[in-house]
Design a protein around this ligand. Structure first.
Ligand SMILES: Nc1nc2c(ncn2[C@@H]2O[C@H](COP(=O)(O)OP(=O)(O)O)[C@@H](O)[C@H]2O)c(=O)[nH]1
Ligand SMILES: [Mg+2]
Length: 412
């Protein structure tokens, strides 16, 4: 990943993708426009909550990021989000906006599959009751698989002939086919290693191809399930069924995107106080010590807040949307790296005492040299310093709390 990570929101129509995008986009006070705001209305900047380096050095008061924000050591780092609309059953055959959907998907590094667990929308997103959304979970992976499989099988004869005549490795041959999905040789290698395939490619049958494609989809598109609409009274059944069918619990997050949007609106209007990811809102009535200077709500609004509590906060730990983004970042193993000009006081200039102004997200295990290229581009770097001004080799790798604060010395 030589660029900023991109997280795609996918799911059938009306599952809540756009609402989720709004709830994540609006998250916190933004400082400065982020460069990847584009004309694409489905793209937006989300904010991933991480532990900021400023807390490690008790410099929270001085932390003023160039992008995103930092509150008491909790930092919000911008990440790109994409609302991948138009996916309906049969998309791999071009139904709905099938091709556009699949085309958008190529750019995503991880997916948040927004699943409507209210049971009130059918496979196509049309209003119904008692729908079992377990089907949706299975369908999405299948849809992506059939798309890739279809493209591969059409050409399999010639792929095989070329593979044999050029004496290529399976990785090379597959990477030729998969590069269009944003794959790399490393991804292909990992996909083959996972299924421990030893058969030569020319002997693969349909079942083998399907296993390879399945493994590729899992490696290339790590997916978080956001079980959305948990505020809905009928959601318990679907949540139960999905949780018990899929053991990978840390990849399942319960969300109520609409509640998050509603709460953010109330916060903006000054009616409630809300900690990001919190388990309740504080109204003027709750704020006995008058810490938050909140406005009085009228009866109608008070009733809505009571309803929010009944449908969400008395049943679930929170709206879950921040957790969904964090879970996606976790599957990508994203680690924040802070680049500073002065490695001793973490500032960028002699005249500004703000610390840790710049932060990028990179994959765990990324080499320092790659981080340099990502941040500095073609500017020649003589050497890199880590904590204490100690030199760091370009081949050293980044992991949590290690080589994650760096200073680049320009020169040849
Ligand atoms: N009850 C409930 N409704 C939701 C939630 N999120 C979205 N919705 C509603 O579901 C419908 C479809 O939402 P939308 O975001 O447009 O879905 P999209 O087609 O996937 O982008 C809208 O009426 C939303 O208000 C939620 O968390 N709870
Ligand atoms: Mg939408």
């Amino acid at each position: 990943m030589g660029r900023d990570p991109l997280i795609g929101l996918v799911g059938k129509p009306s599952s809540g993708k756009s609402t989720m995008l709004n709830s994540l986009t609006d998250a916190t006070a933004k400082t400065g426009a982020f460069p990847f705001t584009t004309i694409d209305p489905n793209k937006a900047t989300g904010y991933l909550q991480i532990d900021c380096a400023c807390a490690r050095f008790s410099k929270q008061e001085l932390c003023r990021p160039n992008y995103g924000s930092c509150k008491a050591g909790k930092r919000y780092v911008p990440v790109m989000l994409l609302d991948v609309a138009g996916l309906v059953p049969g998309a791999h055959e071009g139904r709905g906006l099938g091709n556009k959907f699949l085309d958008d998907l190529r750019h995503a590094d991880a997916l948040i599959h927004v699943v409507d667990v209210s049971g009130s929308t059918d496979a196509e997103g049309k209003a119904t009751a008692g729908y079992d959304s377990l089907h949706d979970v299975e369908w999405l992976r299948g849809e992506i698989m059939r798309w890739i499989e279809g493209n591969l099988k059409i050409k399999w004869g010639s792929i095989k002939r070329r593979h044999v005549s050029t004496k290529s490795t399976a990785v090379d041959t597959l990477q030729n086919q998969f590069s269009g999905y944003g794959s790399t040789a490393t991804v292909v290698q990992r996909c083959l290693d996972r299924i421990k395939l030893t058969e030569p490619l020319e002997n693969w049958n349909n079942a083998t191809i399907e296993r390879v494609v399945g493994s590729f989809v899992d490696v290339k598109f790590p997916t978080i399930l956001a079980l959305n609409k948990i505020d809905h009274p009928d959601s318990d059944r679907c949540i139960y069924r999905i949780n018990h069918t899929y053991p990978f619990k840390d990849q399942i997050v319960l969300t109520s995107a609409i509640s998050e949007v509603f709460i953010r609106k109330l916060v903006k209007q000054g009616f409630v106080h809300y900690e990001d990811g919190g388990s309740d809102v504080i109204t003027r009535e709750d704020d006995e010590r008058e810490l938050y200077n909140l406005k009085q709500m009228d009866e109608r609004l008070s009733a809505k807040v009571e309803n929010l509590r009944d449908s969400l906060f008395y049943r679930w730990p929170g709206t879950g949307v921040i957790k969904a983004l964090q879970a996606a970042a976790k599957t990508l193993q994203l680690i924040p790296v802070f680049s500073v000009r002065n490695i001793h006081n973490f500032t960028n200039s002699n005249t500004d005492d703000a610390v840790f102004k710049d932060c990028v997200l990179v994959k765990r295990g990324t080499q320092v040299g790659d981080v340099v290229r990502r941040i500095m581009g073609d500017i020649p770097i003589a050497f890199v310093e880590g904590l204490g001004g100690i030199r760091v080799a370009k081949a050293d790798v980044v992991s949590e709390g290690k080589n994650d604060i760096l200073c680049f010395k320009i020169g040849h």
